[in-house]
Design a protein around this ligand. Structure first.
Ligand SMILES: Cc1cc2nc3c(=O)[nH]c(=O)nc-3n(C[C@H](O)[C@H](O)[C@H](O)COP(=O)(O)O)c2cc1C
Length: 318
């Protein structure tokens, strides 16, 4: 399965529809994920707008957070009608808020419930249901725990698993610490692919560049990159040629910037918040000699809202 060779991780406050549009300008083939959307916010919170996305984003999956099979089924149907290519169930988030809602990483302790959720979701839609999980939670850190989870959930029809290759510690660590402190164990994920060869296994966690991604692809079907791709989005510029045999001319940073600013101007006219759109540009100058000045200029534009007059200056700083 080639579609998920390089994925960009779902990240709250980061991978919103604007960031995904921006990333799509850089690579035609990366697989994109929305931020997690909780079923409660859709069913009880009147927050349907969270499902909005740009047509240009495909292929794009929506990530749902929840543990009530009926609610997940209902939200899956809405997501499919919106036109998403895949629905991903979050079984990896360790935040306290999510634990209180009894979903996210704590669901790793309840593989039968996850199966029930997935079965309900699958009955309601035709698009694939995938699962993003950890290696385990708390003291459940041996391979057999993960193996058992995957065995049960895959028998409910999940064919693609994205594994953040560290445990989640539900007590005592913040979500941020939970992304750095528990050790990465890539060997568990490789073994999973070996033991469940027919499943699509996507590895995630601590992958910093495309060289590392290439090495992982010797063992698994796909790689998901989160923080590194946000901090340095232009690294994804090589994805199409390196992994998808697409050698058409690559866009340079200036073209990407211009295309994104056209989008920002258009979307601002449609009522979208300028700061939320411009903040995704910070990483574009990564590695450039004027990176700091570029970021300062973006910041000024966020404050004064004047894209037309600042566009030329910004381009000169790239
Ligand atoms: C700011 C931030 C927000 C995140 N939000 C989500 C989320 O909504 N859903 C999810 O499954 N993971 C979320 N994650 C975890 C990432 O998807 C990913 O699993 C994690 O960052 C490890 O990958 P990385 O080392 O490549 O960043 C978030 C991570 C960050 C940094």
């Amino acid at each position: 399965m080639d579609s998920h060779k390089i994925c960009v991780a779902p990240m709250m406050q980061y991978t919103d529809m604007h960031d995904r549009f921006f990333l799509r300008l850089i690579s035609k083939n990366i697989f994109l994920y929305t931020e997690m959307i909780s079923t409660g916010s859709i069913i009880f919170g009147n927050c349907l707008h969270q499902f909005s996305f740009n047509n240009e984003e495909h292929p794009v999956a929506v990530q749902l957070g929840g543990s009530n099979p009926n609610h997940l089924g209902e939200c899956s149907k809405i997501a499919e009608d919106y036109g998403y290519d895949e629905i991903n169930l979050n079984v990896g988030c360790p935040s306290e808020r999510v634990q209180k809602g009894k979903f996210g990483a704590s669901l790793m302790l309840e593989p039968d419930l996850v199966s029930e959720c997935v079965l309900k979701m699958r009955t309601n839609v035709d698009i694939p249901i995938t699962v993003k999980c950890r290696l385990g939670v708390d003291d459940n850190d041996d391979y057999s725990f993960l193996e058992n989870f995957i065995k049960i959930v895959s028998s409910a029809g999940v064919e693609t698993f994205i594994i953040h290759a560290r445990n989640a510690l539900l007590k005592g660590l913040s979500p941020r610490q939970n992304r750095t402190i528990p050790p990465l164990k890539y060997d568990y994920v490789y073994k999973l692919k070996n033991d469940f060869n027919s499943l699509n296994i996507i590895i995630n966690g601590g992958i910093n560049n495309l060289d590392e991604a290439k090495n992982h692809l010797n063992h698994v079907d796909g790689v998901m990159i989160g923080r590194a791709s946000y901090d340095n989005p232009f690294m994804l510029n090589e994805v199409d040629s390196l992994f998808f045999n697409d050698h058409s001319e690559k866009k340079d940073k200036i073209l990407i910037l211009n295309e994104y600013l056209d989008y920002v101007e258009y979307m601002e006219g449609n009522g979208h918040d300028l700061s939320r759109m411009l903040k995704h540009l910070f990483g574009l100058s990564r590695g450039n000699k004027n990176a700091k000045l570029f970021r300062k200029k973006v910041h000024q534009m966020m404050l004064n809202g004047n894209i037309k007059n600042s566009r030329g200056d910004l381009i000169n700083l790239l």
